[in-house]
Design a protein around this ligand. Structure first.
Ligand SMILES: [Zn+2]
Ligand SMILES: [Zn+2]
Length: 149
């Protein structure tokens, strides 16, 4: 989980990736289509783009699942959502309001910004809608090495 800016995917593709991550087995286009109320041809196009960028596997006749790269990215997406919603919750929004608010803009917040916020919040273990994993946080050790030079 390195080399990502967090700005690689459109908000729509983020939703597909999160959905595939939650499902964790092969998912068919029609299931995504029904779940998200989007035209199947739109889904197919977006999923094919995700596959050619290496986030998604396509198993003919069985459906789609996330690659390791896709899973790593999904971990970051969840952390971003939960850090931002926890932040709004701290400022007085309810949990539901925080999640809904964040869902409108989370796709535009970089990993660099999320790491800084996560760090300043002390890497909280729980957000308003679930556990927060910190595997993708780039924690301190890198900075120590840089300072010795
Ligand atoms: Zn949430
Ligand atoms: Zn963290």
């Amino acid at each position: 989980m390195d080399d990502i800016t967090g700005l690689e995917l459109s908000p729509r593709k983020i939703e597909y990736l999160k959905y595939l991550f939650e499902r964790s087995d092969n998912v068919r286009t029609t299931e995504i289509s029904n779940h998200m109320n989007v035209d199947p041809s739109t889904i197919t196009k977006a999923i094919n783009e995700l596959a050619s960028s290496g986030y998604v596997n396509h198993v003919p006749y069985r459906g789609f699942s996330l690659t390791e790269k896709g899973k790593d990215y999904a971990h970051f997406l969840l952390r971003r959502h939960r850090i931002l919603s926890l932040m709004l919750n701290h400022y007085g929004l309810t949990a539901e309001e925080s999640c809904a608010e964040v869902a409108r803009f989370e796709g535009y917040v970089s990993k660099k910004a999320i790491n800084a916020i996560c760090d300043s919040m002390g890497h909280p273990a729980f957000g308003v809608c679930g556990r927060i994993e910190h595997d993708s946080c780039n924690l301190k050790h890198e900075h120590h090495e840089e300072k010795e030079e």
